[in-house]
Design a protein. Structure first.
Length: 252
């Protein structure tokens, strides 16, 4: 005996597909807009165009330099620890048979790290005058690699967590912690006089673009989305067993 169709199920599926399509389109649009803005800002900085917001924001950040050890700790939290977290995520993705996503994450980590250093050499923007020579980093300033890498690595983890079935409150709390952490990293880089605000903005735009590309390339049904393939492989067996149980004669 067959089960009756659930009224409105086709309509609900169509709404879900439409919602997914809209989210995917937004991810791609944000990626393109962010990367275009990053390119425009890079060209402006390379052309030595003065950014009017740099002096007042940097001056404010410099008034917060009374606790240099705390700022250095925040700054360094976006260095080696994040690299370890990023590589650990790649290992976890491989171990859970998400090799395409692992490859994508590895490529993105290499792109933001090497790309940041390459752009610094091309733009050759000196760091703010009076920069502490003890602050680690290359000679040049634009863009902020700390912000770019922090936003990319922590953002990828945030996107994966947001797509999970964990409670909404936990997902919102984790997202808020990541946002605050990245903002504090950017503020630390300015408080240490290692970056101009436009360097931080460049790192943020690059990170948002990278994250949006990741979200689009791992959307349901995309090349890097292997979790949906695994779930589809498991469904037929489950469906077959449930049909067999419904069609078997009653022994009662």
């Amino acid at each position: 005996m067959t089960e009756p169709a659930t009224p409105g199920s086709d309509g609900a599926g169509a709404v879900d597909r439409s919602s997914d399509g809209g989210a995917n389109a937004r991810s791609l649009a944000i990626a393109l807009l962010s990367l275009v803005a990053f390119v425009l800002l890079t060209v402006a900085v390379a052309g030595r165009i003065a950014m009017p917001f740099d002096p007042p924001i940097l001056a404010f950040a410099r008034t917060l330099d009374g606790l240099p050890d705390i700022w250095r700790g925040l700054s360094e939290s976006a260095n080696i620890p994040l690299v370890v977290i990023g590589l650990g995520m790649v290992v976890w993705l491989v171990a859970t048979h998400r090799r395409r996503e692992a490859f994508l994450v590895l490529i993105m980590l290499a792109a933001v790290t090497l790309g940041s250093e390459g752009i610094k050499e091309l733009v050759a923007r000196p760091r703010p005058s009076g920069t502490d020579p003890g602050v680690p980093g290359v000679v040049y300033s634009y863009p902020s690699g700390h912000v770019l890498e922090a936003l990319t690595i922590l953002g990828i983890i945030t996107i994966r967590g947001w797509r999970s079935s964990r409670p909404l409150a936990g997902r919102v709390a984790f997202t808020a912690v990541v946002i605050i952490w990245v903002v504090l990293v950017g503020l630390a880089r300015m408080a240490l006089n290692a970056h101009y605000p436009s360097d931080i903005l460049g790192g943020a735009l690059g990170g948002i673009g990278a994250l949006s590309l990741y979200a689009w390339l791992t959307r349901p049904g995309a090349w890097a989305d292997q979790s949906s393939a695994h779930s589809r492989e498991g469904k037929p067996a489950h469906h077959e067993s449930s049909v067999s149980r419904r069609s078997s004669p009653s022994t009662g």
